[in-house]
Write a protein that binds this ligand. Structure first.
Ligand code: PGA
Length: 260
């Protein structure tokens, strides 16, 4: 049984002090805490410390980062390493987000090195993959997903891969208000799971959480999670308001506990 995971990707939003206020309010909204669901917030690097301090140890809400660089330390101006994130209390790290790929030129092998660094330092990577609208319309969605998995996930040990999460994020659905339908998400998740089964093992594929991301809201989360193929969500816009993130977290808990 895969525990659903809800991750808020704040992107480049909120200063350290705004972030601290926000998580303080969010914690209050989530009382009593929703059960049977794991919650993560991924603020900008500059807010990790203040958010971690407000949450404290043993919080229901865990800390994630939005990126890392694969080296541990050294002359890499502007970069942040896995040990630095770990030291701030991060448990998860989002890697290969389509904005990193399209705006900052990240590609398969570099993303693979980042995943390796995450594994080496005890961070749980959330690998984002997904097709563009042109690729979907050309009928190459499965091919794109397969290639993205092969490039970044092959060659790791089964032990490492147990901490991997994959987020299926069709580029055309991100920030557009046009979410994939549940059927489209389920079909992509099935493809991803079968590629994982072939690349790693069927047991590993069965245990790996696959999240959906792209215009997830409090209105569509329940229908997306209704399929047991969708193990949670990576959320951008809708995680920036306390109300909507808290509602999504509660709906995720209810949807799974009543087994819709
Ligand atoms: P969105 O972003 O929810 O605003 O579409 C999702 C993401 O980029 O992870």
């Amino acid at each position: 049984m895969r525990t659903p995971l809800i991750v808020g990707n704040w992107k480049m939003n909120k200063t350290a002090s705004e972030a601290a206020t926000f998580v303080g309010e969010l914690s209050q909204h989530l009382s009593p805490p929703p059960t049977g669901v794991e919650l993560v917030v991924a603020p900008p690097f500059t807010a990790l410390e203040s958010v971690g301090r407000v949450l404290g140890s043993g919080s229901l809400i865990q800390l994630g980062a939005q990126n890392l660089f694969w080296e541990t330390q050294g002359a890499y101006t502007g970069e942040i390493s896995a040990p630095m994130l770990k030291d701030l209390g991060c448990r998860y790290v989002i890697l290969g987000h389509s904005e990193r790929r399209t705006l900052f030129g990240e590609q398969g092998d570099g993303i693979r090195r980042k995943i390796q660094a995450a594994f080496a330092h005890g961070l749980r990577p959330i690998l984002c993959i997904g097709e563009s609208l042109a690729q979907r319309e050309a009928g190459s969605t499965n091919e794109v997903l397969t290639q993205q998995i092969h490039e970044s996930v092959s060659g790791f040990s089964a032990e490492n891969l147990t901490s991997l999460t994959i987020a299926y994020e069709p580029i055309w659905a991100i920030g557009t208000g046009r979410s994939a339908t549940t059927e489209q998400a389920v079909a992509a998740h099935q493809t991803i799971r079968s590629v994982l089964a072939a690349t790693a093992s069927p047991v590993l594929a069965e245990g790996t959480r696959i999240l959906y991301g792209g215009s997830v809201t409090a209105q569509n989360i329940a229908s997306l999670l209704a399929s047991n193929q969708v193990d949670g969500a990576l959320i951008g816009g809708a995680c920036l308001q306390v109300d909507s993130f808290a509602t999504i977290a509660k709906l995720a808990s209810i949807t799974r506990s009543i087994g819709v």
